[in-house]
Design a protein around this ligand. Structure first.
Ligand SMILES: [Ca+2]
Length: 219
């Protein structure tokens, strides 16, 4: 069975896979195949999909934070500090002293006409960020409610700033469902066939500063 699975991961032709499925049913470990349409194993099967590079500005942005804890965030574009020209998304912030830090959300200027990204076949979110060394932040990706999505939000693992532009890669397999926001009665599956927006949350008690985000892709 291990040999068969390795064979499948290397990208067996679809017909061969279909022929194997009846034989695989009931095999322990084959449940791995279940997620193939959303965030399956193996390398991406499609070209990278650009979510945002902020060259057209920031769209659909909002900020939030705990009340009365000195936490805030302000989103803008920056034509002086970027990973690729002409500009990046800049976030000035104070992380405050609340039970959580401030956050900000944003949409995409490249949202397909259908109103969502179908990232089927990709395996991760990749973004570039320049954040103060030691600043902890967490990316959330939002599902829409059509094409297989049911409005759940999924959190990437926490990431830490380096003080320099750094490429962060978050495999879908490491995302966990957000239990505070998004649909709480969904299918408990990260449906990358319908993605509509992103949000980033900063950890509290990390002072004030500025961070920049650029070049976000599903890949
Ligand atoms: Ca879902």
């Amino acid at each position: 069975m291990q040999t068969t699975l390795r064979f499948l991961r290397r990208g067996a032709p679809f017909l061969a896979l279909a022929a194997l499925l009846p034989a695989l049913a009931g095999c322990p470990g084959v449940i791995e195949l279940k997620g193939m349409n959303t965030a399956g194993p193996g390398p991406s099967t499609v070209p990278p999909i650009l979510f945002e590079d902020f060259s057209r500005g920031v769209t659909g942005s909002y900020t939030y934070g705990p009340q009365g804890a000195g936490a805030w965030a302000k989103v803008s574009t920056d034509g002086n500090v970027y990973h690729t020209p002409p500009q990046s998304m800049r976030i000035d912030y104070d992380t405050g002293t609340g039970t959580y830090g401030p956050g900000f959300g944003f949409g995409s200027n490249y949202l397909p006409r259908l109103g969502f990204f179908d990232a089927t076949g990709t395996r991760s979110v990749q973004l570039w960020a320049k954040a103060p060394r030691g600043l902890t932040f967490q990316l959330t990706v939002k599902e829409g409610t059509v094409n297989g999505g049911d409005g759940e939000f999924y959190n990437a693992p926490q990431a830490t700033g380096t003080g320099f532009w750094h490429r962060y890669t978050f495999p879908y397999s490491e995302f966990t469902r957000n239990i505070y926001s998004g649909n709480q009665a969904g299918n408990d599956t990260f449906d990358v066939s319908c993605l509509v927006g992103m949000q980033i949350q900063l950890n509290q008690n990390a002072g004030a500063g500025t961070m920049w985000i650029d070049d976000i892709r599903f890949r």
